[in-house]
Design a protein around this ligand. Structure first.
Ligand code: AMP
Ligand code: TRP
Length: 345
């Protein structure tokens, strides 16, 4: 047996990603993640996309809210273009192989690796003693999500890059410790003009569903008036827009709005600035609001329609889980065997 890292050439290309149903979807989730999920689906690669509910409960979730948000996230996936006939859409908790591999990875990953994760440091803050053990172990479960289906590509926003790199470290340590080349080395895919959408109120903070200020984010369920109002009130500086990307350096709020425009329009930042360079925000903001409403309204309308039939969403997710289990179960049988265990039938 070889102790070399497994080249992904030996693995079928496969895409996995997930979003936590811990609140509503934001424009950051859409541009950083979901739009990229759809791109991958359209390339015809095998794609698996989860509602990572086991991750969501690393911080307290009201059970009824979790149930509703999980369905709403699924509705968001479908409304934004994920097709359950093409992509496997399911809840992480429905495919128990995820947590089985998560535990094994808790025993492979090192405390020091976890302690260095910036998301852990941000979320636990000074109150680490009070954080759940699950929040600390969170990246090991994320590694399990990715590796339980031997995914080779992981579309995520910029903030998740460190976790995907950790996934590679866990895969490499497992392969090394057990003298195997069983796990691939998944690649993070961080693509598009808006891989890190920032708060509309503070250009140094990520747009997040957990920000206490609703004005800081655009929710996928916001109506046209709310979207326009939030963009009109977004923090900016007094200068006109520059004509190239270099002119956005040290202008985080201006850069953020241009990135959002580029992300929504599927243009590069330079293309956008070639059109709008020299304009004042008083002129640019209404253009951005119109574009955002044009792109987001059909999605939120479709989400609303899908949410009227929760039983249909549940059926779709159960079907997705069954397909995902067909991939994960034989992989977990082999993992148990490698580790020296027998998986229950
Ligand atoms: P979360 O909502 O934390 O579960 O994130 C789900 C996905 O959305 C991950 O791939 C994140 O990287 C991505 N994401 C979340 N917020 C943003 C943001 N503000 N900008 C870009 N991507 C984001
Ligand atoms: N940690 C990711 C986030 O908060 C969500 C996630 C869980 C994920 N498991 C994953 C993303 C596997 C990609 C692949 O954004």
């Amino acid at each position: 047996m070889s102790t070399e890292q497994a080249p992904n050439a030996n693995f079928k290309p496969r895409v996995f990603s997930g979003i936590q149903p811990s609140g509503g979807l934001t424009l950051g989730n859409y541009l950083g993640a979901i739009k990229r999920f759809v791109d991958k689906q359209e390339e015809g690669i095998e794609t698996l996309y989860c509602m990572v509910d086991m991750h969501a409960i690393t911080v307290w979730q009201d059970p009824a809210a979790l149930r509703r948000q999980t369905r709403e996230l699924a509705a968001g996936y479908i409304a934004a273009g994920l097709d359950p006939a093409k992509s496997m859409l399911y809840n992480q908790s429905q495919v128990t192989e995820h947590v089985q591999l998560g535990w094994i990875f808790n025993c492979v990953a090192r405390m020091g690796w976890m302690g260095r994760m910036t998301q852990w440091k941000d979320k636990a803050g000074k109150n680490a003693e009070k954080a759940s053990l699950g929040l600390f172990a969170y990246p090991a479960l994320m590694a399990a999500d990715i590796l339980v289906c031997h995914a080779t590509e992981v579309p995520v926003g910029e903030d998740q890059k460190q976790h995907v790199e950790l996934t590679r470290d866990i895969a490499a340590k497992f392969n090394h410790d057990y003298e195997t080349d069983f796990f691939p080395m998944p690649e993070p895919l961080i693509q598009g003009a808006a891989t890190r959408v920032m708060s509309l109120r503070d250009g140094s903070k990520k747009m997040s569903k957990s920000d206490p200020s609703d004005a800081s984010r655009i929710n996928m369920t916001d109506d046209a008036d709310t979207i326009a109002k939030k963009i009109r009130k977004a923090k900016t500086d007094p200068d006109a827009l520059p004509s190239d990307a270099k002119g956005l350096e040290d202008r985080p709020e201006a850069r953020n709005l241009v990135n959002i425009y580029a992300g929504l329009a599927d243009m590069s930042v330079d293309q956008v600035l070639a059109d709008v360079g020299g304009k004042q925000f008083g002129e640019f903001k209404p253009m951005l609001a119109d574009l955002a409403v044009a792109k987001l309204s059909p999605i939120s309308t479709e989400m609303g329609r899908l949410m009227q039939d929760p039983a249909e969403i549940d059926r779709t997710l159960t079907a997705g889980a069954n397909r995902a289990r067909d991939i994960a179960a034989p992989i977990m049988d082999r993992v148990y065997n490698i580790v020296g265990m027998v998986r229950p039938v």
